[in-house]
Design a binder for this molecule. Sequence first.
Ligand code: SF4
Length: 302
Amino acid sequence: MEYKERYKHLNKYLKEKFGERTLKICIDGGFTCPNRDGTISTGGCIFCSQKGAGDLIKYNESISKQVTDYFSSYKSKRANKFIAYFQNFTNTYDTIENLKSKYDSALIDDRIVGLEVATRPDCINEDIVKLLKSYTDKYYVCVELGLQTSNENIGRFINRGYTNIQFTKAVELLNKYQIDVVVHIMVGLPNETFEDIKNIVNFINMHDIQGIKIHSTYVIKNTILADLYFKGEYEPISLEYYLNCLTYIITHISPNIVIHRISADAPKDLLIAPDWNIHKKWVLNGFDKILKEQDLWQGKFL
Ligand code: SF4
């Protein structure tokens, strides 16, 4: 089997879907999160900084200004088609009117062909899904749902603030309206064992999802995880262990699932540990090497 076919890369998938290279425009929609504003808790997930799981970007500009700025920059010269990607915090956590207004503010250029919204499973309901569905006449729409782990004890420990059942219900609702679901999982959470990795794969395989984002847990400044790390109560995983887990996950999930990410984008200025996390190429090349040397591919052991 050719290297490029060993797993279903997002870039290749988008190219096939839209007929040419298609890039994401990361947008800060000015949302907050119920796990930070006091509705569920104020602390947030223990790995999340104040910026809300989107540490690479934080804009003070309006949404439409962010989009026009993007199209005025060199980045927009690299493709002709784009997906408006609401990344920071919980991008369905508002009234329907405000959500519509925010999404509409991003969809202001004919080169935008898709709308991607990152959120939590407990912030999805039928009205929101209907709103998202209303964009599918003109745009490709997908929802990125946090899961992180299927171990409820770890879920409680990391203070994610929702349950596996809520995740399942959100996926079913999105399935009902045929909106693609991208699940977000993390490897190396506190108290996690390899058995948990196997369990999360089983759990994911019980759901109808279309994409997955996988990344290793990293410690950044101003988080509860950083406090645990400095107290010696959390030890980050090694690159070798991460690659083993990644190999297990990819070889045990459907070859139809699009792999959106296998490495973390830890902000360099905030990263505390592990050091290897900033070397994205180590993950990508290390994983390719394993797949090639062991003649593995996505779904081989499904
Ligand atoms: S759900 Fe996302 S934004 Fe909210 S606290 Fe957790 S990681 Fe941060």
